[in-house]
Write a protein that binds this ligand. Structure first.
Ligand SMILES: C[S@@+](CC[C@H](N)C(=O)[O-])C[C@H]1O[C@@H](n2cnc3c(N)ncnc32)[C@H](O)[C@@H]1O
Length: 211
């Protein structure tokens, strides 16, 4: 299958990784609450690696980031940055196909930042993403407010739900529409133990991640 004509060209994605962008979309603020040391995390449509590099710091030496993109040029940029930052051992790059991601690792967290609107078959894509989660997994989708209308974003949320992912909160991310999901069969350790829902659970689910 050929690349969608809507795919962000690699030479433009390079410009997405700059200090102003990192100020507006601080990876630490956006992802800090979701990623822990030792985890395996997925950066879907990683582009030039703004989030990949930050995620590699968050997972620490024992963790792993799988950076996925349909464009080899993006992955080359990520590999180069990973070496420059001394993080190469924590980052695996994977070239996906427009009609399939093609990995089988189970992940704790996946990010799809500003990429779903470029995917040609969102239903199939999210079905595959949903199959990659550990029971405690989380998926954060963020889409650009300008390109993606409220109704288009709702279609994405509907597709995620059809794939077995349940919306849990709408984190506030500047200039974005966003939703955090967890698998329908998600393990909530305290609930599993038969304990009641704590106010902290509710707080965690609805907090503003862009504080
Ligand atoms: C606008 S860029 C965003 C890059 C990065 N997530 C960021 O926020 O800096 C979208 C990226 O998604 C990738 N992409 C588009 N469709 C894809 C697909 N079906 N599977 C994997 N990556 C895809 C593009 O090649 C591009 O690198």
């Amino acid at each position: 299958m050929p690349l969608s004509i809507h795919v962000c060209p690699w030479w433009l994605a390079r410009s997405l990784d700059n200090p102003i962008r990192r100020l507006i979309h601080s990876p630490d603020k956006i992802l800090g609450g979701y990623i822990e040391p030792g985890q395996t995390v997925l950066d879907l449509g990683c582009g030039s690696g703004t989030f990949t590099i930050a995620m590699a710091r968050m997972v620490g030496e024992a963790g792993r980031v799988i950076a996925v993109d349909v464009q080899e040029e993006m992955l080359q940029m990520v590999r180069q940055k990973a070496v420059e930052e001394g993080l190469a051992s924590r980052i695996t790059t994977h070239k996906s196909e427009p009609n399939g991601i093609g990995i089988s690792d189970k992940v704790d967290f996946a990010l799809a930042f500003y990429m779903i609107h470029e995917v040609s078959d969102v239903d199939a894509f999210l079905m595959e993403v949903a199959s990659l989660f550990k029971p405690s997994g989380r998926l954060l989708i963020a889409e650009p407010l300008i390109h993606v209308s409220e109704s288009s974003f709702k279609k994405t949320v509907d597709a995620a739900q059809l794939a077995g992912l349940r919306p849990v909160s709408e984190p506030k991310i500047r200039f974005s529409r966003s939703m955090l999901f967890q698998p329908d069969n998600a393990v909530n350790s305290r609930k599993d133990l038969g304990w009641p829902m704590f106010p902290l659970d509710l707080f965690m689910r609805h907090r503003d991640v862009n504080r």
